[in-house]
Design a protein around this ligand. Structure first.
Ligand code: ADP
Ligand code: MG
Length: 701
């Protein structure tokens, strides 16, 4: 990119310092390049004209040709508005303005013909065009305009400062007139030819001022492809670089421990999905490359067993493994589960967390360093400088979205060679998003639950039906089951949320009084020891009800908990609801998820609750989530440090283009892993530019 495109937007004709500041604040447009890549969100056909008689309020944008008369002021002091009559040969319709009144009155003359354009809407039970665009047909159209008019999103603040979609369009025109000659190709010529793409210059002109529908389609494809292609190329390049730079330890043996476990101690037969994933992992571990694999599997799909069998492969080949969990409780739970297996196999395993006592910690450090200890389970405590391994061969990270990339790489530093890495997550991510977020990892999916699991039943109740829900809870408790009741906690309304939680806790304690019942409470304001103790009470079955904010750990296994009540469920996102629901359904009893909400629901909230009631499939839910909210808000996106901010492509809609872009990037790297062929120079320099000019990019690597 040359300097012209990095020029401050205030230097563009029609902008100036004041508008520049607004554009910057409201739309993050501060350079020519930013404006040029501020793409329209939709287009309207302005080749068609309607007549006044055809107008009804079901139409979206319409365009009429006629004259304007009878200007008059209506309304009281503060709510004054300007009304005028627009008419053609067939009839008339009202135009309406709330501001800019003087300017409108002064600039329109009654004897001239105008083109008005706007969306018919009802105001005081009559059809109006409110703040229509008004053009003088005698004025020459700009040479870049066409029948398809781009619409740009703006904000209230921009609109009140007279920067409308139309204004932005005008600015785009000024900009293109100035820079079009300098727009250079950013994709190698051979690729442009092979894919039959239009040039970057043509694409940028047509995305803002489509010459026709066909060229608009081509422009949009070209720009979407380019955007997704460079993201994929960057990710796959990272992967390739890693493969070139690092050799992986080769775990070639299928040894004694794995065989022994598989033939004598496997507590159940593996699901087909588990078998497939273990095969994939074994292939990686024997390949001579360093494994970097993401293991996705819904809650309860049996990831732990896969992890354990991977640990045994490392062990049989003489290497150590560490398993990291995001919290102490989860780490303990992993230790408990794994200890059941290791005891039988006579293998040492230890736990290292923040609360491990000094003396014990010293022994663990020693045994890791001299190699006597081959399996360590723990939390962040594992990445402290003092922890050193003799030969760490495998790192398993549970619930990756809470571990940053930087933290992951700390483990790398412990070794001469990087260990194999298996990242496990129960957050289902749509394929397109996984390809983008974790595009430099290989992905395995456990898409099957162990047999005999009863699917969780999900019910939606309104707040006034609370008594019925309480009755249901009593029955469940009588049957020996435990209950979660979760309240939302959102930072912005923290005080109110805690009030809700307190009120809720009180009313639940009243409805479920001692000595017959006992209720635990856990929330973020408690001290860690208090939280832990309260949690342990519930896990041990000493309390029947756990009232909590969302602090209930992902992955915590409490088989006797069979009911998850989610208060104000409309305030939770889909992935959060799904995660919470996954806290139950671990035992043999029928489990339930009860979504409580008020009667007033937004369409989106309704859709979320309906989706939860309809399906238990985490991937299906993730797809709906992606479509509803876009990728920026999907769980796991923020935590991994990549706030997705695609300018034109959409992960919800452009999955096919994404796959195509990834395939192309793969093919190119296969032929030219270092991107050293002259024809690929442009790829290298483009990657560099993107890294330097975009915040999102710098965090990917
Ligand atoms: P997650 O993927 O959520 O970590 P877990 O590994 O905790 O799931 O497994 C959930 C439960 O399913 C555990 O109680 C585990 O013992 C059981 N399980 C795992 N694999 C199988 C299987 N193949 N057949 C039956 N039960 C299984
Ligand atoms: Mg788990």
């Amino acid at each position: 990119m040359n300097d012209l495109f990095q020029q401050d937007i205030k230097f563009l004709t029609g902008v100036g310092p004041k508008r520049a500041e607004l554009l910057n604040k409201e739309l993050e447009i501060s350079t020519f390049h930013d404006l040029l890549t501020y793409f329209p969100y939709k287009y309207i056909d302005r080749s068609k004209f309607y007549t006044c008689r055809q107008v009804n309020n079901d139409l979206s944008y319409i365009q009429l040709r006629g004259k304007i008369r009878n200007f008059r002021m209506e309304g009281q002091r503060g709510r004054k508005r300007l009304v005028a009559e627009f008419y053609d040969k067939e009839g008339s319709i009202s135009l309406l303005w709330f501001h800019g009144i003087k300017w409108i009155k002064d600039s329109i003359s009654e004897d001239r013909e105008y083109i008005v354009f706007g969306k018919p809407s009802i105001y005081q039970r009559q059809i109006h065009l409110i703040h229509p665009e008004i053009d003088d047909p005698s004025k020459k159209e700009g040479k870049l305009s066409s029948g398809l008019q781009a619409l740009y999103s703006t904000t209230e603040k921009l609109k009140t400062n007279y920067i409308t979609s139309k204004t932005i369009q005008k600015l785009q025109q000024n900009l293109l007139e100035k820079v079009a000659g300098q727009i250079h190709e950013t994709i190698p010529v051979y690729l442009v030819k092979k894919l039959n793409l239009i040039s970057r210059k043509e694409a940028l002109i047509n995305i803002h001022f489509p010459a026709n529908a066909e060229l608009l389609k081509k422009a949009s494809f070209r720009l979407k492809f380019e955007e997704l292609f460079y993201i994929q190329l960057n990710l796959l390049k990272l992967k390739t670089n890693r493969e070139i730079k690092f050799k992986g330890y080769i775990f070639s043996k299928v040894g004694e421990h794995l065989n022994n476990f598989y033939h004598h101690y496997l507590p159940f037969s593996l699901t087909e999905a588990q078998k497939r994933v273990i095969r994939e992992i074994r292939t990686d571990l024997g390949s001579g490359k360093q494994m970097n694999r993401l293991l996705q599997g819904d809650v309860g799909s049996g990831k732990t067993l896969v992890a354990f069998m991977s640990i045994l492969i490392a062990l049989d080949n003489g290497y150590q493994t560490c398993l990291m969990a995001p919290t102490e409780i989860l780490a303990r739970q992993h230790l408990t589960t794994l200890s059941k297996f290791t005891k039988k196999l006579d293998i040492e395993i230890s736990l290292l967390t923040g609360s491990t006592k000094k003396a014990e910690r010293r022994i663990i450090h020693e045994n890791l360093q001299n190699g006597r200890l081959s399996i360590i389970v723990g939390t962040h405590a594992l990445i402290e400088e003092t922890v050193l391994f003799k030969n760490l061969g495998l790192v398993i990270i549970d619930e990756q979205h809470r571990f940053g990339v930087a933290q992951r790489s700390k483990l790398w530093k412990k070794n001469i060679h990087p260990p194999h890495i298996l990242v496990m997550t129960a957050t289902p991510i749509p394929r397109t998003l996984a390809m983008t977020l974790y595009g430099d990892l290989d992905v395995s999916v456990i898409d099957e639950l162990p047999p005999g699991r009863k699917p969780i039943k999900t019910l939606h109740y309104f707040d006034r039906q609370r008594n019925r829900v309480f009755g249901f809870i009593r029955k469940q408790i009588e049957a020996g089951q435990q209950i979660f009741i979760v309240y939302p906690l959102i930072k912005e309304s923290e005080k109110m949320d805690y009030k809700d939680l307190e009120d809720g806790y009180e009313s639940i304690s009243r409805a479920f009084p001692p000595p017959k019942y006992s209720v635990s409470v856990v929330h973020g304001k408690m001290k860690p020891e208090e939280k832990e103790a309260s949690m342990q009470h519930f896990i041990a079955g000493r309390t029947q009800i756990m009232v909590a904010t969302t602090v209930i750990e992902v992955g915590v296994d409490i088989p006797r908990a069979s009911v998850m009540v989610i208060e104000s469920a409309e305030r939770f996102g889909l992935s959060q609801l799904h995660q919470l629901r996954g806290r139950v359904g671990r035992g043999s009893a029928q489990s339930y998820c009860v979504l409580m909400s008020s009667v007033k629901l937004s369409n989106e909230a309704k859709k979320r609750l309906q989706t939860m009631v309809r399906t238990n499939d985490g991937f299906e839910i993730a797809e709906v989530d992606l479509k509803l909210r876009g990728p920026g808000d999907i769980e796991g996106t923020q935590q991994s440090g990549i706030a997705f901010n695609l300018k034109i492509a959409s992960l919800g809609q452009d999955g096919q283009i994404l796959q195509y872009a990834r395939n192309m990037a793969e093919q190119i790297l296969e032929k030219d892993p270092g991107l050293t062929h002259p024809e690929n120079n442009i790829l290298v320099s483009r990657l560099k530019t993107l890294k330097n000019t975009s915040n999102n990019w710098s965090v990917i690597s």
